[in-house]
Design a protein around this ligand. Structure first.
Ligand SMILES: [Zn+2]
Ligand SMILES: [Zn+2]
Length: 111
């Protein structure tokens, strides 16, 4: 169709939400979490634009848009291991207990 040679639908960054929120699934460089909008262009002139439903990840390097769920969970991995490192162990029974507990729920000794 002729229409598609002179116009098309593009995705554009509308607002930066979080810089470097995850890594690009394509080139592995830092990608930003953004609000995006879809722009309909005719003869390279934007004629209509409407906001995207959900924030997307946008790579500054290869300009790829992709859903946040697709990005490798490198950052959440780090926070999980950090949580594990911070986890408190009871000195008497060596069970992992919540850091804000003052007594061990397993053996009752003070932490
Ligand atoms: Zn990329
Ligand atoms: Zn204990």
């Amino acid at each position: 169709m002729f229409f598609f040679f002179v116009g098309g639908l593009e995705q554009q960054v509308r607002r930066l939400l979080k810089s470097g929120a995850a890594r690009c699934i394509n080139c592995n460089s830092p990608a930003d979490l953004v609000d995006y909008e879809k722009v309909l262009k005719l003869f390279f002139v934007p004629v209509w634009r409407w906001p995207g439903k959900e924030p997307l990840m946008h790579c500054n390097n290869c300009k790829l848009f992709f859903p946040q769920s697709l990005s490798p969970p490198s950052f959440s991995d780090q926070s999980t291991s950090a949580t594990l490192l911070r986890a408190l162990r009871c000195r008497s029974c060596n069970k992992v207990v919540e850091p804000d507990f003052s007594f061990c729920p397993y053996c009752g000794s003070s932490l």
